[in-house]
Design a protein around this ligand. Sequence first.
Ligand code: PMP
Length: 380
Amino acid sequence: MNLFDVYPINDIAITKASGSRVWDDKGQEYLDLYGGHAVISIGHTHPHWVKRIEEQLEKIAFYSNSVRIPLQTELAEKLGKISGKDDYQLFLCNSGAEANENALKLASFHNGRKKVVAFNKAFHGRTSLAVAVTDNKNYVAPVNETDNVTFLPFNDEAALEAHFAANGNEISSVIIEGIQGVGGINVATESFLQKIRSLCDQYGAVYIADSVQCGYGRTGKFFSHDYAGVNADIYSMAKGIGNGFPLAAIIVAPHIKPKHFQLGTTFGGNHVACAAALAVLEVMEKEQLINNAHETGDYLAGELKKIGDIENVRGRGLMIGFDVPDAIKDLKKNLLWKHKIFTGEAKPNAIRLLPSLALTKADADIFLEAVKQEITALKG
Ligand code: PMP
């Protein structure tokens, strides 16, 4: 049997990793500024995370959600404390798409409405409703097509206001990434997020903050929406929550009360996933990684801004994007193949950095030096 031909993007077999380094099957080392697409939060194979998972595996790996799983309660308490959302309710699932699917569904159960507002260039996942609010027609199969979703321009308060004025009483939810990831690292303005909050309040719509990529401390605050001082009604999370162990979540404001059987999952919140997630939060706290994301991110973005040939350095914390003009269009490829540094891309011509939140200044410097060298080489 062959693998289904949608991956891989790079012909490299990664077989080992530690911190911000990965190795291929031939022993070649790489610096990882992509974090496996924002998944690696505390660093690859962090010893505390490995130990927590190993110890859990020896006790119990799984039992269904038909029983109480004390690790889930422990996780809810710790997440509430670190995120500042003590009074929210936690539902655990398995992927970002599933988290968004549940968020949109729960909003609709809550207010009984069908219409959803999403934004141009949004990415929310590949399952039926998540892909329907994703602004890329290539991902939407005929079976996923729906009239219930309207895409509005990102950061356009007038368009949002006009749409609510005409349709407000039918809108179930607004779903937004505080910083669009796949769409190219586009930061929502604080006033745009505040406008969403006030319109949702006025019309009884649910504010869903897709924090799968921009959440969990990556931007230097727990949620990127914290910069705007707004509370979303539902936050979806995945990626960094397990540091590579599959796990996702939504947290739900107290005024939204789920009823039994509205949401459900077999694997969500299993014992090992919870142990992994607790280990992540313990390390984030002990090593002050949100603070590191802030400081190292500011440093890295600040130094990138000093490099004349790249453009439009943007983002927050360790979620950084910059444009690569045509004259140096091979920068990303050459960083990988010549300098052995993984970065991410944002089409058509941008580079995305999503490293571990434990990235050191020394590793940031290695990257910066490689970028400078390569730009000189490319410009000949
Ligand atoms: N939302 C955002 C903002 C994402 O970046 C992604 C993944 N790239 C998803 C949702 C979907 O997550 P998953 O692949 O875990 O389903």
